[in-house]
Design a protein around this ligand. Structure first.
Ligand SMILES: [Zn+2]
Length: 362
């Protein structure tokens, strides 16, 4: 059966934010989805159904039995086949208006530019740090908007990088200059347990943001990371800015307070001696139980924080200076001494920890 655009896309056309003009934009657009795993399987059907001209699926993996509970484009008989090929077979019948193009090979330095160059919007649905950075850098080179997401246990993160805009804002490397060392992923990122609904929810969010980018309906700005705890349905945001020491955006000048350790490289610093707290990367050194009980310490407000578990024994990658905190400044000092002993000198412990900061504010 065939339908007129008016019949098929009526519910889009009725929206003021889309209408005829927005649907025409979708009709002319190509989306590149890198990764046809848990995130990609959720994002892809909605992109194909929305009426895009083309959706390109890039994934070099083959389907494994353990993929099936969350990668719902695949069934029992697909195990062993290429994800990109099977996904394209399942998706093509959803909407004849949309060309679904499988690229059954991993994203590499050799194909990233050609693939990104074809797309009006790019979705990072990969679970591989090196592919993520490769894709990010290609999007920045080609000025393509990038919708990126990641999941870990019950928590998801999503950001949109508007490289298509004249003032594109900060890039991912302003936050994390380089991918973490392989050893930094505790137990191996790819082997963590995960409930199938968690990447699916984030994948749907990615499709939503990609469509909003295409029709210009208030997608997220660059420099905002949305976090969601799927178990509690709680969401919160953190923001980051262009870093003067970013390998892509940087001016080569040191940010005040950001690259030189306060007090000439001390292993500890007091909050009141920090001239620009937002210039640091804040690393939470508390125990897992304490972090779970109070994931966003109010004392730190909207400062961007991450957990010590993201880094291996060698410490965080070079770039921005890191301020390590815990409840009372004991665990954090221990961790800072450990990292400094390993040659990682751009880390400082917050003296007195959250307790001191909390007291200062009240
Ligand atoms: Zn940057």
């Amino acid at each position: 059966m065939t339908f007129t655009p008016d019949e098929r896309y009526r519910r889009h056309l009725q929206l003021a934010a889309i209408g005829e003009a927005g649907q025409a934009r979708l009709r002319g657009a190509c989306a590149l989805v890198v990764g046809a795993g848990g995130l990609g399987c959720a994002a892809l059907p909605l992109l194909v159904a929305a009426g895009l001209r083309q959706v390109i699926i890039c994934d070099g993996d083959r389907i494994e039995p353990s993929n099936l509970p969350r990668q719902v484009l695949y069934g029992d008989d697909d195990v062993g086949r290429a994800k990109a090929d099977v996904a394209a077979e399942r998706l093509a019948p959803l909407n004849r208006d949309c060309a679904v193009t499988p690229v059954a090979m991993p994203l590499t330095a050799g194909n990233a530019d050609a693939l990104v160059g074809r797309a009006a919007v790019v979705i990072d649905a990969t679970d591989d740090f090196n592919a993520r950075y490769l894709l990010h850098d290609a999007c920045r080179r080609h000025q393509r908007p990038l919708v990126t997401a990641a999941v870990h246990h019950d928590e998801g993160q999503l950001a949109v990088l508007r490289f298509d805009r004249a003032s594109s804002g900060p890039c991912w490397r302003c936050l994390w200059p380089a991918p973490p060392a392989a050893a930094a992923c505790d137990g191996g990122c790819r082997d963590q347990g995960i409930l199938g609904t968690v990447p699916a929810l984030l994948g749907v969010w990615q499709a939503d943001q990609a469509l909003r980018v295409l029709v210009d309906d208030a997608p997220l700005d660059s420099g905002t990371l949305v976090h969601v705890d799927v178990r509690t349905m709680e969401t919160w945001r953190t923001t980051w800015d262009v870093s003067p020491t970013c390998p892509l955006c940087g001016t080569g000048e040191a940010a005040p307070g950001a690259t030189a350790a306060p007090g000439g490289g001390d292993e500890e610093a007091r909050w009141e001696d920090l001239h620009a707290p937002e210039a640091f990367l804040w690393i939470d050194a508390r125990t897992d139980a304490d972090q779970a009980a109070d994931p966003r310490p109010a004392a730190l407000g909207a400062l961007f924080t991450c957990t010590w578990r993201q880094f291996g024994a060698a410490g965080p990658p070079p770039g921005r200076h890191c301020m390590v905190f815990c409840g009372h400044g004991v665990r954090s000092l221990e961790l800072v001494r450990h990292w400094r002993g390993a040659g990682c000198l751009h880390v400082t412990s917050l003296k007195g920890g959250l307790a001191a900061q909390r007291n200062r504010r009240t």
